[in-house]
Design a protein around this ligand. Structure first.
Ligand code: ADE
Length: 340
């Protein structure tokens, strides 16, 4: 799969910069203010009571700050964050190994929590409800279960797909944070902050231009900023101006709405090959040669949120806004009922 500049998915290079850019307190964290204020209260209350935070779930598309917030919570609580992911916890024994390492009030971060196996998920329930795990010893007629007490801890789950979480698991979280795409003003502040950390000069027009093309996603904003820094250094005088930001976007084929090649291909497939839809997600994924999950988790949410794509029971449709944005003639109502 070709690397997309706008891909909210993490790359190796991002990881290094994510650490540099990652805010270390809720006060430093930009945007998502409603959740931020609530989380501040929960942290303060838990600290006063000397108890762990209640279990928290972060959901939303990639790159919006789920992992960053988990790190911040651990820091604010003054505890250690232990990080794993759904697919990495292969069996109950691996889970027991993780759980028994936790110190009082530590955070266990489980990324892609919707990908835990049913057996592992089930053995997680007593751990998160009563801070104990059942361990099987012996076999055959000598098999017994012993209960092992754990130190109280907080499970922090992250998922791009809340719909795939089982109801029993979902019901065990005390607070669910649904992260939204960031408005341009917040992305501008994030870009200015990151530019300061990179020590690259940027003017307000440059920050605004990059923010507008960042797909509502801080990870994308930070990646665009790094590319703009390259163009500024080689083609400009080192500072990121509006003109440099525009050149960066043009060179990377990111349009004025922040859509990249893949976004436009997705919409074009629906418009040109399927008369604007409705068309099923599997068909779209096959036409793009991308896994269905990637289309659903990464490409679609932003196009839906921005109103370029619509969802109907019979499949996805390209909206009038998509036709207009791509400069395609909009079909007359007689040709179809897609906008009705
Ligand atoms: N870097 C990435 N996301 C951020 C955010 N929400 N606030 C500050 N810096 C960030």
């Amino acid at each position: 799969m070709a690397e997309r500049v706008l891909s909210p998915a993490e790359s190796g290079d991002d990881d290094r910069f994510d650490r540099l850019f990652r805010p270390s307190s809720l006060d430093e964290y930009i945007g998502q203010s409603k959740h931020k204020e609530n989380l501040k209260v929960f942290v303060e209350a838990a600290r006063r009571r000397k108890e762990p935070l209640d279990h928290i779930l972060f959901c939303g598309p990639p790159g919006l700050g789920k992992t960053t917030l988990a790190y911040i919570l651990a820091k604010e609580m003054g505890v250690t964050l232990h990080s794993t992911s759904g697919p990495a916890v292969e069996h109950k024994g691996a889970l027991a190994g993780l759980l028994t390492k936790l110190e009082a009030n530590d955070l266990l971060f489980i990324d892609e929590i919707h990908r835990l196996t049913p057996a592992v998920e089930e053995s997680l329930y007593p751990a998160i409800e009563a801070f104990q795990i059942d361990i099987m010893t012996g076999d055959g007629p000598y098999a017994t279960t012993i209960q092992l007490a754990l130190k109280p801890f907080t499970m922090v789950g992250a998922t791009t797909r809340t719909g795939l979480l089982t109801a029993p698991l979902l019901s065990r979280f005390g607070y669910i944070v649904r992260l939204d795409y960031y408005p341009v003003e917040d992305l501008e502040k994030i870009i200015l902050r990151s530019a300061r950390l990179l020590e690259v000069p940027i003017d307000p027009a440059g920050a605004r231009e990059l923010a507008a093309r960042s797909r509502g996603t801080p990870r994308v904003a930070n990646r665009l900023l790094r590319r703009a820094r390259d163009f500024a250094e080689v083609l400009g005088k080192g500072a990121i101006t509006g003109a440099i930001a525009r050149t960066t976007a043009e060179r990377l084929e990111i349009d004025s709405a922040g859509l990249d090649e893949m976004d436009r291909r997705l919409l074009t497939v629906i418009i040109e090959h399927y008369d604007g839809g409705p068309v099923g997600i599997d068909t779209i994924a096959a036409a793009l040669s991308e896994p269905r999950d990637t289309v659903e988790d990464v490409y679609e949410p932003f196009l839906l949120q921005q109103g370029f794509l619509g969802r109907t029971p019979r499949g996805r449709i390209a909206t009038r806004k998509a036709y207009e944005h791509l400069g395609k003639p909009t079909p007359t109502p007689a040709q179809g009922d897609m906008f009705s």
